[in-house]
Design a protein around this ligand. Structure first.
Ligand SMILES: [Ca+2]
Ligand SMILES: [Ca+2]
Ligand SMILES: [Ca+2]
Ligand SMILES: [Ca+2]
Length: 1016
């Protein structure tokens, strides 16, 4: 489900057979009674009695379910962080369950996927180790695929993986000094998304041994000891002197923290067991006393389009309330608005985005001659064709094909084949698959292939192309652009190279220019209710960590899954350094200490990334450990960031940030707020701009945002203009940081975020209506909006409703239609709804066209997301009753590249279609009606409305194609009227403030001609 802002009751989709749901019962969870401190003793008794009451309530509820004959399969019960049971039930029983008085809410369990990635180099962790903070004594739960506790990285024996029975204890050394506890909630065969019912039922056991590999890699990033080149557990010491480059696997960020392996996945697939594992983390010994909770949990998992009311998100919020710092992956779905994952989207969770660091552990190839080029260079291998480790090294002269054939995507010409035969072929990456290139080289007689990337990004394992069944018999490696260029310079002298596996996982490739750029896969926020997410960024591309089942090897993976444990490890260091701080304060300190700049193109270069992609910035644990202050939004300490919601241009907003002195000395601060990408028409200020705080003192500052009508409505400079080959729509975002400086040193940041929308005030002046027989005209007044091309959409009014006083974004206030008079006219429908939606996906507008006027619709137009997981929105046309739908135009009809029609945060939607797509030609009569809906169901259904291509009672001679004209003060709109007819014109102003987005003007018969007054 991708809907936001909705009550969970409405989120249950119609599934074919059975649904997995979380049934929340009426009693509160036990955490509601839990308080530490002076009232602790009393609250413990209350919490325990609530726990017992909840367990009774669940028993009674399940007995009742059984009595009513519902075929429910229990998945789990929880009563501490949430009170309820997770069930798989047949669809037809959902209504019955929902109606039972014991049921408070019924929510879909959204399966969570592990977010694959490589975890990477560290963020000043060795500096903190040198201060003697290594995570010692801090307890971190890894909610994942399990942990291979036999691996040397965790102090295991390095053997015994295959002989371990993964369902029982006693046959392998677990727990050990590193992996000190855990549980398998799933069993190896579990997969929440499986088509096989038995696989959807978890089979818990006490042995959390990993079989997927993800959790082992993640645990290694958090707290692995490291593995020496000899394959032994690295014994330390952990400090700036730790010989990181001499280790086969580097230590984790907090190498002396303890790991709890909470296995919620089977060996593959997804999970619905996250809330249950969080419950365990809150009360490991199950006695109802939360004092033994874990300090930190790592959730390198999620599902896209996160909200704050997914059950797992609610469990994450309540785990934070119990005092656990919940660190969760932002997701791997890229630069799309609102796609940030749940449970990272939970307000109290620390949502982690992924960036790139300067180093990656890869393999290499060798150049043997000429002498001045000799050496080893970064390279990866292919996962198809012969394995170089068993084939042995492949040596030869390097050769390239004829100009124009460098990509190797087509069979090589005879001239190229003559050049490549018996040689190692140098071929560029791009356009077709790696296997295609290698096959073509093989057919040309080459003995090996060296592929050159288009840039200096990390060489990565070249994937297979299973559509090519031909056998690949020659080896291939891939290197980077700068190396390829150098090789080409020397080709005429004869370059002798050796493809080899001998550097596999041992060659450290560094590229400083990519450091602190953002990983392309990292999911964008904000959350659907405009609260800022993600919160923080860490390296997550090509991270090298423990490889499951290998005993001592490492592997390179990429993803926000790998960035998350970097932050969880940093949190463990901070927890040891500042044990007196609560979990939410640790979250704030991690964000406050961040280096706020992440780079769109290259290290040090603008544009900087907006906070909706990277949060506070890239974690810098050294600053978090040393900063004297704590900063957080007063009204939402758990969020830390200051989110100011939606502002229309011309409006102002402000919010308070608390500044606390954590030290015993007086601290003098200078405060400033600055945008990460400056928008025009916005001013930020901080009052006061300086503070002196006594020891332990806490004060509040106000961050003020003022906007003007000349607001710069521009796309994030790091975003491409298109996505999935569609023009992309975008939010206009205020992205800023509040900076605190002591002397001139940056000591803390807090992200500041708001969504802005144009706030124009153009209106037609009815008093200047010229009504002369069959012609009329209307003139516009208002203030010009520099930097924007505002539009007016002139339509003939077809439907109008009065406001209800209970604004709903899907309810229609007005609907209009217009078409031009060309030989292939475009039919434009425009709607104004009762309140702005956040995403156009929140509201479905369907226009049904009855083109042969027989009372049955022949076509349907609707808004939709053009390509899954992108910001491209389109108008889709479907022939009815059944036919192939197609996307005919971007939503609004005009390319958002040329003229921007706001699609987000608007209450105006324009759907246009060429008449030829729906069988309408000039002068055709047709009828139509519209139905709008949201996840609550249908909002408006209009009556059937007669219409005519070219206009019914009124038409607009000035329009060609989509009915939208540039709007400016003084501009005159011409109207053509049928004689003796009264009509009403609907004018939509997409760029106006919400209260001025529609205007209805009566014209024609009965409307007296008015005289234009002088322009004022
Ligand atoms: Ca075992
Ligand atoms: Ca197991
Ligand atoms: Ca306990
Ligand atoms: Ca029809």
């Amino acid at each position: 489900m991708r809907t936001r802002f909705l009550l969970v009751l409405c989120l249950i989709p119609v599934l074919a057979q059975a649904a997995q749901v979380f049934v929340e019962l009426q009693n509160p969870p036990a955490i509601a009674y839990w308080h530490e401190g002076r009232k602790g003793v009393q609250s413990l008794a209350l919490a325990r009695s609530q726990l017992a009451a909840n367990q009774q309530e669940q028993e009674a509820f399940l007995a009742e379910v059984n009595r009513r004959g519902v075929q429910a399969q229990e998945i789990y019960r929880v009563s501490r962080l949430l009170n309820g049971v997770a069930l798989e039930v047949p669809d037809e029983s959902l209504e019955l369950l929902r109606s039972m008085p014991q049921v408070k809410a019924l929510r879909l369990l959204r399966p969570k996927k592990p977010l694959l990635a490589t975890a990477g180099p560290l963020v000043r962790a060795p500096q903190v180790w040198s201060q003697a903070y290594t995570g010692r004594g801090v307890r971190v739960g890894i909610i994942d695929t399990g942990v291979d506790y036999l691996h040397r990285d965790f102090g295991g024996p390095g053997s015994g993986y295959s002989s371990n029975d993964s369902t029982k204890l006693g046959d392998a050394p677990f727990p050990n000094a590193k992996v000190v506890g855990g549980w398998d909630f799933a069993g190896d065969n579990y997969d929440a998304g499986s088509d096989t019912p038995s696989k959807r039922t978890p089979k818990p056991d006490p042995d959390p041994m990993d079989c997927g590999g993800h959790g082992t890699h993640v645990a290694g990033i958090v707290a692995g000891f490291g593995v020496t080149k000899e394959g032994a557990t690295f014994p330390g010491p952990f400090s700036l002197a730790t010989p990181l480059a001499d280790l086969a696997v580097a230590p984790g960020v907090a190498p002396e923290a303890q790991i709890y392996a909470l296995k919620v996945f089977g060996c593959s697939g997804s999970t619905a067991l996250v809330a249950q594992a969080l419950e365990w983390a809150a009360d490991p010994n199950g006695d109802g006393n939360f004092a033994d909770r874990l300090d930190i949990v790592n959730l390198s998992l999620g599902s896209d389009w996160g909200s704050n009311d997914d059950p797992d998100a609610e469990a994450a919020n309540n785990a934070a309330r119990a005092g656990i710092l919940v660190v969760a992956a932002a997701g791997n779905s890229g630069d799309t608005t609102f796609i940030v994952s749940s449970p990272a989207a939970a307000t109290a969770a620390l949502a982690v985005a992924a960036a790139v660091d300067s180093g990656a552990v890869v393999g290499a190839f060798e150049v043997l001659a000429p002498q001045n080029l000799a050496g080893s260079y970064p390279a990866s291998e292919a996962d198809f064709g012969p394995d170089l480790a068993t084939l042995g090294d492949r040596q030869g002269l390097l050769a390239q094909p004829q100009p124009g054939e460098e990509l190797g995507c087509e069979p090589f010409s005879p001239a190229s084949a003559a050049a490549l035969a018996g040689k190692i072929a140098l071929i560029n990456r791009g356009t077709c698959t790696f296997k295609r290139k290698v096959l073509n080289a093989q057919n040309a007689g080459a003995i090996g292939v060296l592929i050159v990337r288009q840039d200096d990004g990390d060489p990565f394992t070249m994937g297979n192309d299973t559509s090519i069944t031909a056998s690949i018999t020659i080896p291939a490696q891939m290197t980077v652009l700068s190396v390829g260029q150098r090789l080409r310079e020397y080709l005429s002298q004869g370059v002798q190279v050796r493809l080899t596996a001998r550097y596999r996982n041992q060659f450290l490739y560094t590229n400083r220019a990519r450091e602190d750029t953002v990983a392309s896969f990292s999911s964008r926020g904000p959350r659907g209710d405009l609260v800022l997410k993600p919160d923080l960024t860490a390296p997550g591309e090509s991270v090298f960590s423990a490889a499951n089942g290998t005993g001592r090897e490492g592997v390179s993976l990429s993803g926000t899954s790998m960035a998350t444990p970097v932050v969880a490890g940093a949190a463990a260091l901070l927890k040891q350094a500042r044990p007196e701080l609560a979990a939410w304060q640790l979250k704030a300190l991690l964000m406050n200490g961040a280096d706020p700049w992440l780079f769109g193109r290259e290290k040090g270069q603008e544009p900087y990334h907006r906070v909706s992609r990277v949060g506070a910035g890239r974690v810098n644990v050294e600053r978090s450990v040393s900063t004297p202050i704590l900063l957080y939004a007063s009204e939402s300490p758990q969020a830390v960031s200051l989110s100011l919601g939606l502002l229309e241009a011309g409006q102002a907003a402000s919010g308070q940030v608390k500044v606390a002195n954590l030290t015993n000395r007086t601290v003098s601060l200078r405060l400033a707020a600055q945008q990460t990408q400056a928008l025009t028409g916005v001013r930020l200020s901080v009052v006061p701009s300086g503070l002196q705080l006594g020891p332990g003192e806490e004060r509040e500052v106000t961050v003020q945002v003022e906007t003007w009508q000349d607001l710069g409505v521009v796309r994030d400079g790091t975003q491409a203009a298109t996505q999935g080959n569609w023009p992309r729509f975008f939010l206009t975002e205020l992205s800023a940081h509040l900076y605190a400086f002591e002397q001139d040193e940056l000591v803390g940041v807090v992200p500041v975020y708001a969504v802005l929308k144009p706030g124009g005030n153009l209106v037609a002046q009815p008093s200047r209506l010229q009504n002369a027989g069959s012609q009329a005209s209307l003139s516009l007044t208002g203030d010009p909006q520099p930097g924007l091309t505002p539009l007016v959409v002139p339509l003939e009014l077809a439907y109008q409703a009065a406001p209800t006083g209970n604004p709903r974004p899907a309810r229609l206030m007005a609907l209009g239609v217009a078409s031009d008079n060309s030989s292939n006219p475009t039919i434009t429908f425009g709607v104004k709804t009762e309140a702005p939606w956040v995403s156009p996906e929140d509201v479905k507008v369907q226009v049904f066209l009855d083109t042969n006027q027989d009372g049955t619709a022949d076509f349907k137009l609707e808004n939709r997301r053009a390509v899954d997981d992108t910001d491209g929105f389109s108008v889709r046309v479907c022939p009815l009753p059944a036919g192939a739908c197609q996307d005919v135009a971007p939503l609004g009809g005009l390319s958002p590249e040329g003229v921007h029609i706001p699609a987000f945060a608007s209450s105006v939607m324009v759907l246009a279609v060429p008449g030829s797509e729906v069988g309408l030609s000039p002068g055709s009569n047709f009828q139509f009606w519209a139905v709008t809906s949201d996840s609550f169901g249908e909002a408006t259904r209009t009556p059937v409305i007669p219409a005519r291509v070219g206009g019914n009672a009124v038409s607009f001679p000035g329009i060609t194609g989509v009915a939208a004209l540039p709007a400016a003060p003084g501009q005159v709109l011409s109207l053509s009227l049928s004689s003796n007819t009264a009509a009403r014109v609907l004018l939509l102003f997409p760029h106006n403030r919400s209260s001025l987005q529609m205007q209805v003007v009566p014209v024609g018969k009965g409307q007296p001609a008015r005289h234009l007054s002088r322009r004022q």
